[in-house]
Design a binder for this molecule. Structure first.
Ligand code: NDP
Ligand code: 2IT
Length: 450
Protein backbone atom coordinates (compact mmCIF):
# COMPACT_ATOMS: atom_id res chain seq x y z
CA UNK A 1 0.00 0.00 0.00
CA UNK A 2 1.33 3.48 -0.87
CA UNK A 3 1.97 6.10 1.84
CA UNK A 4 -1.05 8.12 0.70
CA UNK A 5 -3.31 5.10 0.89
CA UNK A 6 -2.08 4.11 4.35
CA UNK A 7 -2.72 7.67 5.60
CA UNK A 8 -6.20 7.51 4.14
CA UNK A 9 -6.77 4.13 5.77
CA UNK A 10 -5.71 5.59 9.10
CA UNK A 11 -8.03 8.55 8.79
CA UNK A 12 -10.91 6.36 7.58
CA UNK A 13 -10.41 4.04 10.55
CA UNK A 14 -10.31 7.01 12.92
CA UNK A 15 -13.81 7.91 11.78
CA UNK A 16 -15.02 4.35 12.32
CA UNK A 17 -13.44 4.19 15.79
CA UNK A 18 -14.80 7.57 16.80
CA UNK A 19 -18.34 6.50 16.00
CA UNK A 20 -18.13 3.22 17.95
CA UNK A 21 -15.01 3.26 20.13
CA UNK A 22 -15.74 -0.06 21.89
CA UNK A 23 -16.33 -2.18 18.77
CA UNK A 24 -12.90 -3.77 18.39
CA UNK A 25 -13.96 -6.78 16.31
CA UNK A 26 -15.89 -4.52 13.95
CA UNK A 27 -12.87 -2.21 13.56
CA UNK A 28 -10.70 -5.23 12.70
CA UNK A 29 -13.09 -6.49 10.01
CA UNK A 30 -13.41 -3.01 8.47
CA UNK A 31 -9.67 -2.41 8.51
CA UNK A 32 -8.96 -5.64 6.63
CA UNK A 33 -11.40 -4.71 3.89
CA UNK A 34 -10.70 -0.98 3.75
CA UNK A 35 -6.96 -1.66 3.26
CA UNK A 36 -7.85 -3.18 -0.12
CA UNK A 37 -10.84 -1.04 -1.00
CA UNK A 38 -9.37 2.42 -0.41
CA UNK A 39 -6.78 2.07 -3.21
CA UNK A 40 -9.42 0.43 -5.45
CA UNK A 41 -11.91 3.21 -4.86
CA UNK A 42 -9.18 5.76 -5.69
CA UNK A 43 -8.68 4.04 -9.03
CA UNK A 44 -12.45 4.07 -9.60
CA UNK A 45 -13.62 7.58 -8.68
CA UNK A 46 -17.31 6.79 -9.26
CA UNK A 47 -17.26 4.94 -5.95
CA UNK A 48 -15.40 7.70 -4.16
CA UNK A 49 -17.76 10.37 -5.49
CA UNK A 50 -20.73 8.42 -4.10
CA UNK A 51 -18.99 8.01 -0.69
CA UNK A 52 -19.59 4.27 -0.95
CA UNK A 53 -17.12 3.17 1.74
CA UNK A 54 -18.68 5.29 4.44
CA UNK A 55 -22.17 4.17 3.41
CA UNK A 56 -21.08 0.52 3.39
CA UNK A 57 -19.66 0.64 6.90
CA UNK A 58 -22.83 1.95 8.56
CA UNK A 59 -25.48 -0.77 9.03
CA UNK A 60 -28.97 -0.14 7.67
CA UNK A 61 -30.23 -0.87 11.20
CA UNK A 62 -29.36 -2.68 14.42
CA UNK A 63 -32.29 -4.18 16.27
CA UNK A 64 -31.77 -4.94 19.95
CA UNK A 65 -34.30 -6.61 22.22
CA UNK A 66 -34.84 -8.28 25.58
CA UNK A 67 -35.30 -12.03 25.72
CA UNK A 68 -36.97 -13.27 28.89
CA UNK A 69 -37.21 -17.01 29.42
CA UNK A 70 -37.67 -19.55 32.18
CA UNK A 71 -35.23 -22.14 33.53
CA UNK A 72 -36.50 -25.61 34.43
CA UNK A 73 -36.36 -24.67 38.12
CA UNK A 74 -38.83 -21.86 37.50
CA UNK A 75 -36.32 -19.00 37.79
CA UNK A 76 -36.54 -16.25 35.20
CA UNK A 77 -33.56 -15.23 33.08
CA UNK A 78 -32.99 -12.25 30.83
CA UNK A 79 -30.68 -12.14 27.81
CA UNK A 80 -30.15 -9.62 25.05
CA UNK A 81 -30.99 -10.41 21.43
CA UNK A 82 -29.90 -8.57 18.28
CA UNK A 83 -30.31 -8.58 14.53
CA UNK A 84 -27.89 -6.47 12.52
CA UNK A 85 -29.38 -5.74 9.09
CA UNK A 86 -26.29 -4.37 7.42
CA UNK A 87 -26.89 -4.08 3.69
CA UNK A 88 -29.64 -5.34 1.38
CA UNK A 89 -28.46 -3.82 -1.90
CA UNK A 90 -28.26 -7.11 -3.81
CA UNK A 91 -30.87 -9.16 -1.96
CA UNK A 92 -32.66 -9.62 1.37
CA UNK A 93 -30.47 -9.61 4.50
CA UNK A 94 -29.01 -13.07 5.02
CA UNK A 95 -26.75 -14.48 7.71
CA UNK A 96 -26.63 -16.67 10.77
CA UNK A 97 -27.61 -16.36 14.40
CA UNK A 98 -24.96 -16.91 17.07
CA UNK A 99 -25.73 -17.91 20.66
CA UNK A 100 -22.60 -17.53 22.79
CA UNK A 101 -21.74 -15.58 25.96
CA UNK A 102 -19.24 -13.43 23.99
CA UNK A 103 -21.91 -12.13 21.60
CA UNK A 104 -22.22 -8.33 21.63
CA UNK A 105 -22.97 -5.64 19.09
CA UNK A 106 -19.36 -5.43 17.94
CA UNK A 107 -19.15 -9.16 17.18
CA UNK A 108 -22.44 -9.16 15.29
CA UNK A 109 -21.50 -6.04 13.33
CA UNK A 110 -18.21 -7.60 12.25
CA UNK A 111 -20.00 -10.78 11.21
CA UNK A 112 -22.79 -8.95 9.36
CA UNK A 113 -20.27 -6.69 7.62
CA UNK A 114 -18.20 -9.66 6.41
CA UNK A 115 -21.40 -11.34 5.31
CA UNK A 116 -22.14 -8.58 2.77
CA UNK A 117 -19.01 -9.42 0.77
CA UNK A 118 -19.23 -13.18 1.32
CA UNK A 119 -22.80 -13.33 0.10
CA UNK A 120 -21.96 -11.20 -2.92
CA UNK A 121 -19.11 -13.60 -3.79
CA UNK A 122 -21.51 -16.56 -3.95
CA UNK A 123 -23.17 -14.97 -6.98
CA UNK A 124 -26.58 -15.42 -5.34
CA UNK A 125 -28.94 -12.51 -4.54
CA UNK A 126 -28.29 -12.15 -0.81
CA UNK A 127 -27.55 -9.08 1.33
CA UNK A 128 -25.62 -9.12 4.60
CA UNK A 129 -27.01 -9.60 8.11
CA UNK A 130 -26.27 -11.41 11.35
CA UNK A 131 -27.87 -11.79 14.74
CA UNK A 132 -27.83 -13.67 17.97
CA UNK A 133 -27.69 -13.44 21.69
CA UNK A 134 -25.32 -13.63 24.65
CA UNK A 135 -27.32 -16.71 25.71
CA UNK A 136 -25.14 -19.78 26.34
CA UNK A 137 -26.82 -23.04 25.27
CA UNK A 138 -24.03 -25.04 26.96
CA UNK A 139 -25.25 -26.86 30.05
CA UNK A 140 -28.92 -25.98 29.39
CA UNK A 141 -31.57 -28.65 28.99
CA UNK A 142 -33.45 -29.08 25.71
CA UNK A 143 -36.52 -27.51 27.33
CA UNK A 144 -34.55 -24.48 28.47
CA UNK A 145 -33.09 -24.04 25.00
CA UNK A 146 -36.59 -24.40 23.54
CA UNK A 147 -38.06 -21.74 25.82
CA UNK A 148 -35.18 -19.39 25.05
CA UNK A 149 -35.57 -19.91 21.28
CA UNK A 150 -39.33 -19.38 21.44
CA UNK A 151 -38.94 -16.15 23.39
CA UNK A 152 -36.17 -14.95 21.04
CA UNK A 153 -38.31 -15.64 17.97
CA UNK A 154 -41.41 -14.05 19.50
CA UNK A 155 -39.61 -10.72 19.11
CA UNK A 156 -37.42 -11.46 16.08
CA UNK A 157 -40.26 -12.73 13.87
CA UNK A 158 -41.59 -9.24 13.20
CA UNK A 159 -38.26 -8.12 11.74
CA UNK A 160 -37.59 -11.02 9.36
CA UNK A 161 -39.31 -12.66 6.39
CA UNK A 162 -38.59 -14.75 3.32
CA UNK A 163 -38.07 -11.60 1.21
CA UNK A 164 -36.75 -9.38 4.02
CA UNK A 165 -34.20 -11.14 6.19
CA UNK A 166 -33.43 -14.86 6.41
CA UNK A 167 -31.48 -16.06 9.48
CA UNK A 168 -29.63 -19.40 9.77
CA UNK A 169 -27.20 -21.06 12.21
CA UNK A 170 -23.77 -20.10 13.49
CA UNK A 171 -21.90 -20.84 16.74
CA UNK A 172 -24.32 -22.35 19.27
CA UNK A 173 -27.17 -22.46 16.77
CA UNK A 174 -27.42 -25.88 15.16
CA UNK A 175 -30.17 -28.27 14.11
CA UNK A 176 -31.89 -28.23 17.53
CA UNK A 177 -32.04 -24.44 17.84
CA UNK A 178 -33.08 -23.91 14.20
CA UNK A 179 -35.99 -26.33 14.73
CA UNK A 180 -37.25 -24.49 17.82
CA UNK A 181 -36.81 -21.11 16.11
CA UNK A 182 -38.57 -22.14 12.91
CA UNK A 183 -41.37 -23.89 14.80
CA UNK A 184 -42.11 -20.70 16.72
CA UNK A 185 -41.85 -18.53 13.59
CA UNK A 186 -44.32 -20.72 11.72
CA UNK A 187 -46.68 -20.77 14.68
CA UNK A 188 -46.75 -16.99 15.17
CA UNK A 189 -46.96 -16.17 11.47
CA UNK A 190 -49.28 -19.02 10.50
CA UNK A 191 -47.28 -19.31 7.29
CA UNK A 192 -44.90 -22.03 6.14
CA UNK A 193 -42.19 -20.18 4.22
CA UNK A 194 -38.41 -20.39 4.02
CA UNK A 195 -37.58 -17.53 6.37
CA UNK A 196 -34.91 -19.61 8.13
CA UNK A 197 -32.33 -21.86 6.48
CA UNK A 198 -30.52 -24.87 7.88
CA UNK A 199 -33.90 -26.47 8.53
CA UNK A 200 -34.35 -30.23 9.02
CA UNK A 201 -34.82 -32.27 5.85
CA UNK A 202 -38.38 -33.17 6.92
CA UNK A 203 -39.53 -29.57 6.92
CA UNK A 204 -37.95 -27.71 4.06
CA UNK A 205 -34.23 -28.06 4.70
CA UNK A 206 -31.79 -28.65 1.86
CA UNK A 207 -29.74 -31.74 1.30
CA UNK A 208 -26.13 -30.91 1.99
CA UNK A 209 -26.66 -27.72 4.05
CA UNK A 210 -25.27 -29.28 7.23
CA UNK A 211 -22.05 -30.25 5.46
CA UNK A 212 -21.84 -27.21 3.17
CA UNK A 213 -19.51 -24.87 5.06
CA UNK A 214 -16.91 -27.54 5.85
CA UNK A 215 -17.15 -29.18 2.42
CA UNK A 216 -17.07 -25.78 0.70
CA UNK A 217 -13.97 -24.77 2.64
CA UNK A 218 -12.10 -27.87 1.51
CA UNK A 219 -13.36 -27.43 -2.08
CA UNK A 220 -11.95 -23.90 -2.03
CA UNK A 221 -8.69 -25.18 -0.55
CA UNK A 222 -8.41 -27.82 -3.28
CA UNK A 223 -9.05 -25.18 -5.97
CA UNK A 224 -6.38 -22.95 -4.44
CA UNK A 225 -3.85 -25.77 -4.20
CA UNK A 226 -4.58 -27.02 -7.73
CA UNK A 227 -4.10 -23.48 -9.03
CA UNK A 228 -0.57 -23.81 -7.62
CA UNK A 229 -0.06 -27.33 -9.00
CA UNK A 230 -0.66 -28.98 -5.66
CA UNK A 231 -3.52 -30.76 -3.85
CA UNK A 232 -4.99 -31.91 -0.54
CA UNK A 233 -4.11 -35.57 -1.12
CA UNK A 234 -1.35 -36.82 1.16
CA UNK A 235 -1.19 -33.62 3.24
CA UNK A 236 -1.17 -33.44 7.04
CA UNK A 237 -3.87 -31.04 8.22
CA UNK A 238 -4.54 -29.35 11.55
CA UNK A 239 -8.13 -28.34 12.24
CA UNK A 240 -9.47 -26.27 15.13
CA UNK A 241 -13.02 -26.59 16.42
CA UNK A 242 -15.25 -29.65 16.45
CA UNK A 243 -18.55 -28.04 15.55
CA UNK A 244 -20.57 -27.89 12.37
CA UNK A 245 -17.82 -26.41 10.20
CA UNK A 246 -14.89 -28.41 11.58
CA UNK A 247 -16.57 -31.84 11.49
CA UNK A 248 -17.48 -31.67 7.81
CA UNK A 249 -14.20 -30.02 6.82
CA UNK A 250 -12.53 -33.08 8.36
CA UNK A 251 -14.88 -35.39 6.46
CA UNK A 252 -14.15 -33.81 3.07
CA UNK A 253 -10.41 -33.59 3.79
CA UNK A 254 -10.46 -37.34 4.45
CA UNK A 255 -12.35 -37.96 1.20
CA UNK A 256 -9.71 -36.03 -0.73
CA UNK A 257 -6.91 -38.08 0.84
CA UNK A 258 -5.71 -35.66 3.53
CA UNK A 259 -4.78 -36.69 7.07
CA UNK A 260 -6.35 -34.52 9.79
CA UNK A 261 -4.39 -34.76 13.02
CA UNK A 262 -6.11 -32.26 15.34
CA UNK A 263 -9.54 -31.02 16.44
CA UNK A 264 -10.48 -28.81 19.38
CA UNK A 265 -13.16 -27.23 21.50
CA UNK A 266 -13.02 -24.44 24.04
CA UNK A 267 -11.45 -26.77 26.62
CA UNK A 268 -8.40 -27.74 24.51
CA UNK A 269 -7.35 -29.83 21.51
CA UNK A 270 -6.73 -33.46 20.67
CA UNK A 271 -3.74 -34.62 18.62
CA UNK A 272 -4.06 -37.90 16.79
CA UNK A 273 -0.91 -38.48 14.70
CA UNK A 274 -2.60 -41.46 13.02
CA UNK A 275 -5.31 -39.15 11.67
CA UNK A 276 -9.01 -38.72 12.44
CA UNK A 277 -10.09 -41.35 9.92
CA UNK A 278 -13.78 -41.80 9.01
CA UNK A 279 -14.47 -44.28 11.85
CA UNK A 280 -13.01 -41.96 14.44
CA UNK A 281 -14.83 -39.04 12.84
CA UNK A 282 -18.13 -40.92 13.22
CA UNK A 283 -17.37 -41.14 16.95
CA UNK A 284 -16.54 -37.42 17.06
CA UNK A 285 -19.74 -36.47 15.21
CA UNK A 286 -21.82 -38.50 17.65
CA UNK A 287 -19.88 -37.02 20.60
CA UNK A 288 -20.43 -33.44 19.44
CA UNK A 289 -23.75 -33.46 17.56
CA UNK A 290 -25.68 -35.97 19.62
CA UNK A 291 -24.15 -36.32 23.08
CA UNK A 292 -22.80 -32.74 23.31
CA UNK A 293 -19.67 -34.06 25.08
CA UNK A 294 -16.17 -32.61 25.46
CA UNK A 295 -13.33 -33.27 23.02
CA UNK A 296 -11.15 -34.90 25.71
CA UNK A 297 -13.41 -37.99 25.40
CA UNK A 298 -11.79 -38.64 22.01
CA UNK A 299 -8.40 -39.13 23.70
CA UNK A 300 -10.04 -41.34 26.36
CA UNK A 301 -11.38 -43.56 23.59
CA UNK A 302 -8.40 -43.67 21.19
CA UNK A 303 -4.97 -44.45 22.62
CA UNK A 304 -3.32 -42.95 19.51
CA UNK A 305 -4.51 -39.50 20.63
CA UNK A 306 -3.47 -37.04 23.35
CA UNK A 307 -5.53 -34.23 24.88
CA UNK A 308 -3.93 -30.82 25.45
CA UNK A 309 -5.99 -28.88 27.93
CA UNK A 310 -6.43 -25.15 27.41
CA UNK A 311 -4.24 -25.09 24.27
CA UNK A 312 -4.79 -24.39 20.59
CA UNK A 313 -3.60 -26.86 17.94
CA UNK A 314 -1.22 -24.57 16.03
CA UNK A 315 1.96 -25.97 17.62
CA UNK A 316 1.41 -29.30 15.86
CA UNK A 317 3.31 -29.59 12.58
CA UNK A 318 0.98 -29.62 9.55
CA UNK A 319 1.13 -28.65 5.89
CA UNK A 320 -2.38 -27.21 5.95
CA UNK A 321 -4.23 -25.38 8.75
CA UNK A 322 -8.01 -25.04 8.83
CA UNK A 323 -9.14 -22.73 11.65
CA UNK A 324 -12.81 -23.65 12.08
CA UNK A 325 -13.69 -22.52 15.63
CA UNK A 326 -13.97 -18.77 16.17
CA UNK A 327 -12.50 -15.28 15.59
CA UNK A 328 -8.89 -14.37 16.46
CA UNK A 329 -7.77 -17.90 17.16
CA UNK A 330 -4.51 -17.52 15.21
CA UNK A 331 -2.25 -14.74 16.46
CA UNK A 332 1.15 -13.66 15.14
CA UNK A 333 3.03 -16.17 17.30
CA UNK A 334 0.76 -19.00 16.14
CA UNK A 335 1.33 -17.94 12.53
CA UNK A 336 5.11 -17.91 13.00
CA UNK A 337 4.97 -21.38 14.57
CA UNK A 338 2.83 -22.73 11.72
CA UNK A 339 5.25 -21.25 9.15
CA UNK A 340 8.28 -22.61 11.00
CA UNK A 341 6.67 -26.06 10.97
CA UNK A 342 6.15 -25.97 7.21
CA UNK A 343 2.53 -24.89 6.66
CA UNK A 344 1.88 -24.21 2.96
CA UNK A 345 -1.84 -23.29 3.04
CA UNK A 346 -4.38 -21.85 5.45
CA UNK A 347 -8.12 -21.83 4.70
CA UNK A 348 -10.42 -20.04 7.11
CA UNK A 349 -13.50 -22.11 7.93
CA UNK A 350 -14.36 -19.78 10.81
CA UNK A 351 -15.06 -16.05 10.43
CA UNK A 352 -12.00 -13.81 11.00
CA UNK A 353 -9.99 -16.53 12.81
CA UNK A 354 -6.65 -14.94 11.84
CA UNK A 355 -5.46 -11.67 13.35
CA UNK A 356 -4.33 -8.97 10.90
CA UNK A 357 -0.59 -9.23 11.62
CA UNK A 358 -0.81 -13.03 11.41
CA UNK A 359 -2.37 -12.73 7.92
CA UNK A 360 0.57 -10.53 6.89
CA UNK A 361 3.00 -13.10 8.25
CA UNK A 362 1.37 -15.83 6.13
CA UNK A 363 1.54 -13.75 2.94
CA UNK A 364 5.15 -12.74 3.64
CA UNK A 365 6.07 -16.41 4.06
CA UNK A 366 4.39 -17.32 0.75
CA UNK A 367 1.63 -19.34 2.41
CA UNK A 368 -1.51 -19.70 0.28
CA UNK A 369 -4.12 -17.96 2.38
CA UNK A 370 -7.87 -18.43 1.79
CA UNK A 371 -9.81 -15.71 3.67
CA UNK A 372 -13.05 -16.55 5.43
CA UNK A 373 -15.39 -14.60 3.19
CA UNK A 374 -14.28 -16.75 0.26
CA UNK A 375 -13.38 -20.04 1.95
CA UNK A 376 -16.44 -20.44 4.18
CA UNK A 377 -19.03 -19.07 1.74
CA UNK A 378 -20.27 -22.58 0.97
CA UNK A 379 -22.59 -22.59 3.98
CA UNK A 380 -24.49 -19.46 3.06
CA UNK A 381 -24.40 -20.48 -0.60
CA UNK A 382 -26.32 -23.67 0.17
CA UNK A 383 -28.59 -21.60 2.41
CA UNK A 384 -29.32 -19.57 -0.72
CA UNK A 385 -30.07 -22.82 -2.56
CA UNK A 386 -32.38 -23.82 0.31
CA UNK A 387 -34.27 -20.53 -0.16
CA UNK A 388 -34.64 -21.23 -3.88
CA UNK A 389 -35.95 -24.74 -3.23
CA UNK A 390 -38.41 -23.39 -0.62
CA UNK A 391 -39.73 -20.73 -3.01
CA UNK A 392 -40.12 -23.29 -5.78
CA UNK A 393 -41.55 -25.85 -3.33
CA UNK A 394 -39.24 -28.54 -4.60
CA UNK A 395 -36.16 -30.27 -3.25
CA UNK A 396 -32.99 -31.07 -5.11
CA UNK A 397 -31.00 -34.27 -4.66
CA UNK A 398 -27.85 -34.37 -2.61
CA UNK A 399 -25.80 -34.79 -5.77
CA UNK A 400 -27.40 -31.78 -7.42
CA UNK A 401 -26.78 -29.52 -4.41
CA UNK A 402 -23.20 -30.73 -4.09
CA UNK A 403 -22.52 -30.10 -7.78
CA UNK A 404 -23.84 -26.54 -7.41
CA UNK A 405 -21.75 -26.02 -4.27
CA UNK A 406 -18.60 -27.19 -6.05
CA UNK A 407 -19.33 -24.88 -8.96
CA UNK A 408 -19.93 -21.92 -6.64
CA UNK A 409 -16.67 -22.52 -4.73
CA UNK A 410 -14.82 -22.86 -8.03
CA UNK A 411 -16.29 -19.57 -9.27
CA UNK A 412 -15.39 -17.78 -6.03
CA UNK A 413 -11.82 -19.03 -6.42
CA UNK A 414 -11.73 -17.72 -9.99
CA UNK A 415 -12.99 -14.30 -8.87
CA UNK A 416 -10.30 -14.15 -6.18
CA UNK A 417 -7.66 -14.88 -8.80
CA UNK A 418 -9.14 -12.33 -11.22
CA UNK A 419 -9.13 -9.48 -8.70
CA UNK A 420 -6.23 -10.62 -6.49
CA UNK A 421 -3.46 -11.55 -8.92
CA UNK A 422 -0.32 -9.60 -8.08
CA UNK A 423 3.18 -9.82 -9.59
CA UNK A 424 4.12 -13.16 -8.14
CA UNK A 425 1.26 -14.26 -5.92
CA UNK A 426 -2.50 -14.33 -5.74
CA UNK A 427 -3.57 -12.11 -2.86
CA UNK A 428 -6.81 -13.93 -2.07
CA UNK A 429 -7.77 -11.40 0.61
CA UNK A 430 -7.62 -8.53 -1.85
CA UNK A 431 -9.30 -10.62 -4.54
CA UNK A 432 -12.22 -11.58 -2.28
CA UNK A 433 -12.65 -8.07 -0.91
CA UNK A 434 -12.72 -6.34 -4.28
CA UNK A 435 -14.76 -9.01 -6.10
CA UNK A 436 -17.31 -9.00 -3.27
CA UNK A 437 -17.40 -5.21 -3.21
CA UNK A 438 -17.96 -4.44 -6.90
CA UNK A 439 -21.41 -6.00 -7.23
CA UNK A 440 -22.72 -4.42 -4.03
CA UNK A 441 -21.21 -1.01 -4.80
CA UNK A 442 -22.60 -0.99 -8.34
CA UNK A 443 -26.08 -1.75 -7.01
CA UNK A 444 -25.71 1.09 -4.51
CA UNK A 445 -24.64 3.48 -7.27
CA UNK A 446 -27.68 2.47 -9.31
CA UNK A 447 -30.03 3.31 -6.41
CA UNK A 448 -28.64 6.84 -6.05
CA UNK A 449 -28.25 8.49 -2.67
CA UNK A 450 -30.13 6.14 -0.34
P1 NDP B 1 -20.43 -24.63 16.37
O1 NDP B 1 -21.11 -24.01 17.51
O2 NDP B 1 -21.04 -25.81 15.69
O3 NDP B 1 -18.94 -25.05 16.77
C1 NDP B 1 -18.04 -24.10 17.24
C2 NDP B 1 -16.75 -24.80 17.63
O4 NDP B 1 -15.77 -23.84 17.96
C3 NDP B 1 -16.91 -25.68 18.86
O5 NDP B 1 -15.98 -26.73 18.81
C4 NDP B 1 -16.59 -24.70 19.99
O6 NDP B 1 -16.14 -25.31 21.20
C5 NDP B 1 -15.46 -23.91 19.35
N1 NDP B 1 -15.42 -22.55 19.91
C6 NDP B 1 -16.41 -21.63 19.87
N2 NDP B 1 -16.04 -20.51 20.50
C7 NDP B 1 -14.80 -20.75 20.95
C8 NDP B 1 -13.87 -19.96 21.67
N3 NDP B 1 -14.15 -18.71 22.05
N4 NDP B 1 -12.66 -20.52 21.94
C9 NDP B 1 -12.37 -21.80 21.56
N5 NDP B 1 -13.22 -22.59 20.87
C10 NDP B 1 -14.39 -22.05 20.56
O7 NDP B 1 -20.20 -23.44 15.32
P2 NDP B 1 -19.88 -23.53 13.77
O8 NDP B 1 -19.03 -24.71 13.48
O9 NDP B 1 -21.14 -23.34 13.03
O10 NDP B 1 -19.03 -22.19 13.57
C11 NDP B 1 -17.62 -22.16 13.67
C12 NDP B 1 -17.09 -20.94 12.95
O11 NDP B 1 -17.46 -21.00 11.57
C13 NDP B 1 -17.61 -19.59 13.44
O12 NDP B 1 -16.60 -18.63 13.27
C14 NDP B 1 -18.76 -19.30 12.49
O13 NDP B 1 -19.04 -17.91 12.42
C15 NDP B 1 -18.17 -19.82 11.19
N6 NDP B 1 -19.10 -20.14 10.12
C16 NDP B 1 -20.15 -20.99 10.33
C17 NDP B 1 -20.99 -21.32 9.29
C18 NDP B 1 -22.09 -22.30 9.43
O14 NDP B 1 -22.74 -22.60 8.42
N7 NDP B 1 -22.34 -22.86 10.61
C19 NDP B 1 -20.81 -20.71 7.96
C20 NDP B 1 -19.64 -19.89 7.82
C21 NDP B 1 -18.85 -19.61 8.89
P3 NDP B 1 -17.16 -25.37 22.44
O15 NDP B 1 -18.23 -26.31 22.00
O16 NDP B 1 -16.34 -25.88 23.57
O17 NDP B 1 -17.66 -23.98 22.65
O1 2IT C 1 -21.14 -17.07 8.65
C1 2IT C 1 -21.94 -17.62 7.88
O2 2IT C 1 -21.85 -17.52 6.65
C2 2IT C 1 -23.03 -18.43 8.45
N1 2IT C 1 -23.10 -18.56 9.68
C3 2IT C 1 -24.07 -19.04 7.57
C4 2IT C 1 -25.11 -18.04 7.20
C5 2IT C 1 -26.29 -18.60 6.45
O3 2IT C 1 -27.21 -17.79 6.24
O4 2IT C 1 -26.34 -19.77 6.11
Amino acid sequence: MSDTSSKELESFMEGIKQRDPEQKQFHQAVEEIAANLIPYVKENPKYEDANILERLTEPDRVISFRVTWQMDDGSIRVNRGWRVQFNNSIGPYKGGLRFHPTVCQSVLKFLAFEQIFKNSLTGLPMGGGKGGSNFDPKGKTDNEVMRFCQSFMTELNRHIGEDTDIPAGDIGVGAREISYLFGQYKRIQNRFVGTITGKGLEYGGSQGRKEATGFGCVYFLENMLQHHNNGVSGKTISVSGSGNVALYAIQKANTLGGKVVTASDSSGFIHDPEGICDDKLAFLIDLKEVRRGRISEYADKYSSATFHEGERPWGIAAEIALPCATENEINLDDAKTLVKNGVIAVAEGANMPTELDAIDAFYKAGVYFAPAKAANAGGVAVSGLEQSQNSLRISWSRGEVDARLQEIMHNIHQKCVEYGQEDKIVNYTKGANIAGFVKVADAMLAYGAI
